[in-house]
Design a protein around this ligand. Structure first.
Ligand SMILES: [Cu+2]
Length: 141
């Protein structure tokens, strides 16, 4: 009887000890991540993509960003419409990257490197561009 009680207490302590260890490990992992961030942050300011929300509806595209300077951007294409949409970008330095088809309510990211110049952001689903899912952005140097 008393032996069982001791065993129980011991394993309980082991769990607590393990939990403590996991916690310490998580903290050092966080510190490591923060350290890496601090190193790449200032130096890699231009290599880090800025996020742009591209809200797609039937049949319109609205961007969360109005002015662009050269750099890397991740277009987050959100389909807020009722039919399938997609997002394609054409312009200097790009070979017409596009997302896969995006079902209503879904999102897909498209990361591109924009240079100085004029770009076309549109929905490549047949007919949608002509219906109004088309806009141009000008990227400053
Ligand atoms: Cu569309």
């Amino acid at each position: 009887m008393s032996e069982e009680a001791t065993t129980f207490t011991r394993s309980d302590a082991t769990i607590l000890h393990r939990a403590g260890r996991t916690f310490v490990l998580s903290l050092s992992a966080l510190a490591l991540a923060a350290g890496v961030g601090a190193v790449t942050g200032p130096a890699g300011a231009s290599s880090k993509a800025s996020m742009v929300i591209a809200k797609e509806t039937d049949f319109h595209i609205a961007l969360s960003k109005k002015s662009f300077s050269a750099g890397k951007y991740t277009f987050v294409a959100l389909n807020k419409g009722h039919v399938t949409h997609s997002l394609e970008i054409t312009g200097p330095g790009l070979s017409s990257p596009r997302t896969k088809n995006i079902a209503p309510g879904q999102r897909t990211d498209l990361t591109v490197k924009l240079k100085r110049g004029r770009y076309d952001v549109f929905c490549p689903v047949p007919g949608h561009k002509a219906l109004g899912m088309n806009l141009n952005i000008t990227v400053a140097g």
